[in-house]
Design a protein around this ligand. Structure first.
Ligand code: UDP
Ligand code: MG
Length: 327
């Protein structure tokens, strides 16, 4: 490739963000130009609303805009991963394409990086005040749970808006895990990190794609990627039930000798069966979750498929249907 390595790449996953693309590209151009050589990498994650067309148009209008388009929806974390592989900058900023991550913060991120920090993370300063109550409470509880059972500490209010130095990006790109929870992985590496706070912008077009189900998926991935402690739940439960069982034994022996009434135990037997059944199913479910993930890891399938990139727009095909080999 003849063009020099950009100083800064900005990676933006986009799933049905058609109305945000042109404005985002223009805003970023204004913010990035004074900061050095830059590139903008959109990752179209299987959109169905003309996002890809908007991205193509942005790439035609500005050669600094590059993109990847997935064949279908593979999810936000996969889009981030693909974008990090596609980006060439000496620093890579990842952010949402919906203006909830304010582009005006970029100069601050870049300044912290130029001061020598490898990871510049961000945190919503208003915490989750503006989020729906349920999302804010669960998010705070979740980070606390991850902190206590997992191998990473993520501050509440953290998001996937951050700047990563090239060395960190290369580390992420070398990560072979099928499941990636980027904000966890980056903290797990342990590079020096600064955190900058910001107040969340407002989504101007479209709606959040993080439905409850997707949030639960991401939360389970985060825990499974950073902890095996849930597997030990069975051991703790067995201790608890052993203690209850011991009490029941004492109770039935005593009642046999004192009351000579041995059939009144029906309620306690039913209760024990129900409790034990629930506990066993819970533990089986947890084991199943990890076994399923182990299966996915051993299959080693690609975690996303690219249908098109900016290179496909260039008329440099020697033979129809065959692209010139990459440089
Ligand atoms: N996104 C994506 N693939 C998905 C879902 C979301 O690439 O399957 C993108 C989305 O376009 C946005 C970012 O990920 O740029 C964050 O998603 P969203 O705004 O829906 O999440 P929220 O801000 O509500 O947590
Ligand atoms: Mg959003």
């Amino acid at each position: 490739m003849s063009d020099p390595v950009p100083d800064i790449s900005v990676v933006l996953p986009a799933h049905n963000e058609a109305g945000n693309i042109a404005r985002m590209a223009a805003t970023l151009e204004g913010v990035l130009k004074p900061l050095g050589r830059y590139e903008i990498v959109f990752v179209d994650d299987g959109s169905s609303d003309g996002t890809l067309a908007a991205i193509r148009a942005a790439a035609t209008a500005n050669p600094q805009v590059r993109y990847i388009s997935f064949t279908r929806n593979f999810g936000h974390q996969e889009a981030l991963r693909a974008g990090l592989r596609h980006a060439r900058g000496r620093a890579v900023i990842v952010m949402d394409a919906d203006f909830e991550h304010p582009p005006e913060l970029i100069p601050e991120l870049v300044a912290a990086w130029r001061d020598g920090t490898k990871v510049v993370a961000t945190r919503r300063e208003d915490g989750e005040a503006d989020l729906p109550a349920l999302k804010s409470v669960t998010s705070r509880l979740y980070y606390r749970l991850l902190d206590s059972i997992g191998d990473v500490r993520i501050e509440p209010g953290s998001s996937d808006y951050m700047l990563l130095d090239r060395s960190v990006v290369d580390t992420v790109n070398g990560f072979a895990d099928q499941d990636v929870f980027l904000r966890g992985a980056v903290r797990w590496f342990g590079f020096p990190t600064t955190t900058i706070t910001f107040s969340r912008g407002a989504r101007t077009y479209g709606e959040s794609k993080y439905t409850l189900r997707r949030m639960i998926d991401l939360a389970v991935t985060g825990i499974a990627a950073h902890s095996v402690r849930p597997l030990r739940l069975a051991i703790w439960l067995s201790l608890a039930f052993a203690a209850v069982g011991l009490l029941l034994v004492i109770y039935s022996v005593v009642s046999y000798f004192l009351v000579r009434q041995t059939v009144i135990g029906w309620t306690s037997i039913m209760a024990t069966i129900a409790l034990l059944g629930a506990a066993q199913l819970l533990v089986l479910g947890i084991i199943g979750e990890y076994v399923g993930r182990t299966l996915r890891e051993t299959r080693g399938r690609p975690t996303y498929i690219i249908g098109e990139t900016e290179a496909d727009q260039k008329p440099d095909r020697d033979v129809i249907g065959f692209r010139r080999p990459a440089e």
